[in-house]
Design a protein around this ligand. Sequence first.
Ligand SMILES: C[S@@+](CC[C@H](N)C(=O)[O-])C[C@H]1O[C@@H](n2cnc3c(N)ncnc32)[C@H](O)[C@@H]1O
Length: 459
Amino acid sequence: MKWNKVDDPSDISSLLFQKNDDHINANTRTSCYYVGPVAITNTAVVSGRGLIAMRNIAAGECLFVTPATVSARVESVYQLWVSRNSEPGTLEEISEQVLVEKMKSLISNADEQATVESFMALMGATASNTTSLSIAQLLGRGSDEATASFTINNISDDGLLQIIRKNAFGPDFVTYSSIEHQWLDNNTFTPRRLLGLFPLAAMINHSCVPNAVRVFAGETMITHACDSIKAGQEIVWSYLPPTQPYPQRHATLRHRHEFVCQCRRCTGEAEFWDAPPDSISVSTLDSWVRLCNRTLDDVDVQEARSATIRLLEDVLQAKDIANGTKHFIRVGFTQIYISYLNYALQSTKSVEVNHLDYLLQKICLPLHLSMVACNNASTEHLSILHLCYELMGFIHSASKDQNLTINKLRFWTTQVRKACMVRYGNLGNDIESVRKVMQHTRTVLRNKDGFARSTHGYI
Ligand SMILES: C[S@@+](CC[C@H](N)C(=O)[O-])C[C@H]1O[C@@H](n2cnc3c(N)ncnc32)[C@H](O)[C@@H]1O
């Protein structure tokens, strides 16, 4: 394995835009890495082991860049998936199976013990195996210093599966089932990665108000701070899209990850959920509860969407909900806002400019501010900001008095740039590059070519 240290983590464009994932070619495996101001702790506030900041970190700073030390390659999974005949097995199970086989073959290869150590460290925190766990070890670079040793004989497939289920990173932006549907439709869609272990990243605990965010460049993960982090504070990120409503987040964390999240967002939302304010009428509350228990994707008729948003905003008008909780609740319904906004964008030709202006003011602005309150430099947040920027550009072009609209256009420009810089470092300064890296997020913005093209560039 060749190791390339990333010299300037503020410029990740070479990683994001590299044509070939060199490390995917078994003969010339090259792993890019960078370790910023982070350290491993065995006494995380959230739970067990965790990652903490070594010094004050600003939002947008790169925390680390790490390769997958072991992954289920898309081609291998695809081969197995097409030849599965009528045998049962979902794409997720097949990916896990491929990863288990890969781990087993590494375990039996004496030259790969550094890689094996990286994933065996994920077996669980016990005093004997974590006391001297080093970052180099977790990156798969071997033990620089005296470190713990792992018992790697006799590990069963089930043991490996447990490591995978607790720690591996699956596909981003798409679900296994949507990939499967696309493959069944003979679509040419190929995800850049499917399932892999990034042991350093696996040290990070969960929060629904994250202070870190990750992007993938093929099999390499790049992590940035999405909020300022104080020295000694724990680095946390979200294990699921933070844009889901509380009941759905709670259920997934409980069933899939086997814990109950105690972050300040869940605590606030649980309180609201358990004892909604008296000021909300019974019928509004009734519709609200029904909405929360629905798959949000099926709220797709224009009339239903606008009614739903009216309902959400009605609930959020209640006087006795704390502002923070309002923000958190609103973020949970991002899917509905996106679907409504996409509709508006797709019909810009026929929609009144005044109506678009109204949407920006009444729908986009509160949603954006809520996402900021949640430190949410998520794909959805960036997509909404791009959308606002496009809508505002459209309004500005059509405006009779551009002196009035230019300030609003500047406002959205600043917001989109800020969010992009939090997630992509300096690359966020360049709207075309950000669009390019976000092309594959087309499931979020459902207009035909991902983004409508604005003629304005960043102003
Ligand atoms: C990827 S590991 C994170 C590192 C882990 N703390 C350790 O010691 O290995 C995921 C596991 O950490 C624990 N965990 C992560 N976030 C948590 C949270 N917010 N509350 C409780 N447990 C959490 C759960 O046991 C979860 O299955």
